[in-house]
Design a protein around this ligand. Structure first.
Ligand code: GLU
Length: 448
C-alpha cells in the first residue's frame, strides 16, 4: 500500500471506526487518500480546518422502508437509501442503484466517489447516491412501477431541483426514471423537470444522456491515445458488462475504428472476433431484457460461462460492469497479454491489488472511473441546464459539449498530476483535481 501522511492515517483510522463493516466505502476513501499526501504537504490547512475529515462524513444519510405489492398480491419489503454526501459545489447529484447487493456501504462508496467525479466535470453539482436492495430482474413492468412509486413516496420530501437530483445507475434506466418522475409530480403537484435526470426525450430529457457514460468513457480513452500520438484505429477492445455504459462504449469504439471482441454479464462472457454486433446486443439487453448467452446462441459466437473476460487478449480494456470486477490475477493477465490502456467505465471496478499491478507496469496506462465515466453525470448537469432554461439542445451540440468536457477532464488530470509530482498518473490527477475544487469551496463556506 502507498505510504500515507501520518495525519491522513489517523483520519483514515477514524473513518474505519465510525463506519464499521462498510468495506467498499473504506476502499473508496483509501483510494482518494493515497493521492493526497503531496496535497496536505503543500496545504496543511485542509487537515487543520478538518475539511478532509468533514468530506468523509455525509451531510445527511436517509434510510427508509419500501413496501410494495407483487403481481400475486403478496407484500414485499425492501430498504431504500439516499446518501446526501456533499453539497459544496451544487445540489446533491448522483444515481440510484437497484440491485440486491445494495447496502449502506455500497451507497456511501458511490456517493463518496461521486463528489470528486462531479467536481472534475467543472459543473455546479454536489455528490450523492441512493438506491435499494430491490432486484428488478424477472419483475414485471407493473411490479417495477409499484416499487418505484413506493420508493418515491418516501424519498420525494428530500429531493428538489436545488436540493438533490437523482438519476439512474445499475438497475435504474429510462423506465424507472419515468415511474419515479410520475410519482414525484403527482405527490408534489409540480412539474419540476430538474428534479431527476435521465428523463425521456419529449418530457424533459436530454439527447445524448443515454449514450453519455459510454461515449464519454471512449472520448476519454481517445484523449489518452492522442496524448501519445495513437488512435483507436485497428485496436482490439474488451468491454465488460452489457448494460447502458457498456453498450454505448462499444458503439463509440466502433465509430472510432476499434473492434470490441468481448462483452459480459453476470453469467459469463461472449467472444466474437468479428466484432460485437451491437444491434443484436441492444435488442437482447434493452428490448428483451435477456442474457448475454442468448447473443452467443443467435450469433454463433463463443460463450464462456463464469470465467474471466480479462483472459481475452486485447489492446484496450474497459471494465464497464460493476465494482471490484477486475482483480489482481486479471490485471496480471492483461499486462502479460500486452494491454496498453485500462480505463474504468464502471465505478471502482478494479480492486486495489489490480491497480497496484497497473501502476507498476510500465507498458500500461490506467485511468480511474471518477474521471473516465464522468460523462454520464456531466450530461445530467447539461440536462439540468436545459430544464432550467426550458430549452432542449440538438444531439450534435450536446455531444460536442460532452466531448469537450471529457477533454478538459483528461487535460486537468494530467496537469494536476504534473503539478503534484506524479507525472502521468491519471489516478493522482483525478483525485487531487476533484478534491481541491470541493475542499476550496468547503473552506470558503466555513464550518458547516
Ligand atoms: N450513476 C451515474 C454515475 O455513476 C450517473 C449519475 C447522474 O447522472 O446523476 O455517475
Amino acid at each position: 500500500m502507498t505510504v500515507l501522511d501520518d495525519r491522513l492515517v489517523s483520519v483514515y483510522d477514524e473513518v474505519l471506526a465510525r463506519n464499521p463493516g462498510e468495506a467498499e466505502f473504506h476502499q473508496a476513501v483509501r483510494e482518494v487518500f493515497e493521492s493526497l499526501t503531496p496535497v496536505v504537504a503543500k496545504h496543511p490547512e485542509y487537515l487543520d480546518s478538518a475539511v478532509i475529515q468533514r468530506l468523509c462524513e455525509p451531510e445527511r444519510q436517509i434510510i427508509f422502508r419500501v413496501p410494495w405489492t407483487d403481481d400475486k398480491g403478496q407484500v414485499q419489503l425492501n430498504r431504500g437509501f439516499r446518501v446526501e454526501f456533499n453539497s459544496a459545489l451544487g445540489p446533491y447529484k448522483g444515481g440510484l442503484r437497484f440491485h440486491p447487493s445494495v447496502y449502506l456501504g455500497i451507497v456511501k462508496f458511490l456517493g463518496f466517489e461521486q463528489i470528486f467525479k462531479n467536481a472534475l466535470t467543472g459543473l455546479p453539482i454536489g455528490g450523492g447516491k441512493g438506491g435499494s436492495d430491490f432486484d428488478p430482474k424477472g419483475r414485471s413492468d407493473a411490479e417495477v412501477m409499484r416499487f418505484c412509486q413506493s420508493f418515491m413516496t418516501e424519498l420525494y420530501r428530500h429531493l428538489g431541483e436545488y436540493t438533490d437530483v437523482p438519476a439512474g445507475d445499475i438497475g435504474v434506466g429510462g423506465r424507472e426514471i419515468g415511474y419515479l418522475f410520475g410519482q414525484y409530480k403527482r405527490i408534489t403537484n409540480r412539474y419540476e423537470s430538474g428534479v431527476l435526470t435521465g428523463k425521456g426525450i419529449g418530457w424533459g430529457g436530454s439527447l445524448v444522456r443515454t449514450e453519455a457514460t459510454g461515449y464519454g468513457t471512449v472520448y476519454f480513452v481517445d484523449e489518452m491515445l492522442k496524448a501519445t500520438g495513437d488512435s483507436f484505429e485497428g485496436k482490439k477492445v474488451v468491454v465488460s458488462g452489457s448494460g447502458n455504459v457498456a453498450i454505448y462504449a462499444v458503439e463509440k469504439v466502433h465509430q472510432l475504428g476499434g473492434t470490441v471482441v468481448a462483452m459480459s454479464d453476470s453469467s459469463g462472457y461472449v467472444v466474437d472476433e468479428k466484432g460485437i454486433d451491437l444491434d443484436l446486443i441492444k435488442d437482447i439487453k434493452e428490448v428483451r431484457r435477456g442474457r448475454i448467452a442468448d447473443y452467443a446462441a443467435e450469433r454463433g459466437a463463443t460463450f464462456v460461462q463464469g470465467g474471466s473476460i480479462w483472459d481475452v487478449p486485447c489492446d484496450i480494456a474497459l471494465p464497464c460492469a460493476t465494482q471490484n470486477e477486475l482483480d489482481e490475477n486479471a490485471a496480471v493477465t492483461l499486462v502479460k497479454n500486452g494491454c496498453i490502456i485500462v480505463a474504468e467505465g464502471a465505478n471502482m471496478p478494479s480492486t486495489p491489488e489490480a491497480i497496484r499491478v497497473f501502476v507498476e507496469a510500465s507498458t500500461l496506462r490506467f485511468a480511474p472511473g471518477k474521471a473516465v465515466n464522468a460523462g454520464g453525470v456531466a450530461t445530467s448537469a447539461l440536462e439540468m441546464q436545459q430544464n432550467a432554461s426550458r430549452d432542449s439542445w440538438s444531439f450534435e451540440y450536446t455531444d460536442q459539449r460532452l466531448a469537450s468536457i471529457m477533454r478538459d477532464i483528461h487535460d486537468s488530470c494530467l496537469a494536476t498530476a504534473d503539478e503534484f509530482g506524479a507525472p502521468g498518473s491519471y489516478t493522482s490527477g483525478a483525485n487531487i483535481a476533484g478534491f481541491i475544487r470541493v475542499a476550496n469551496a468547503m473552506q470558503a463556506m466555513g464550518v458547516i
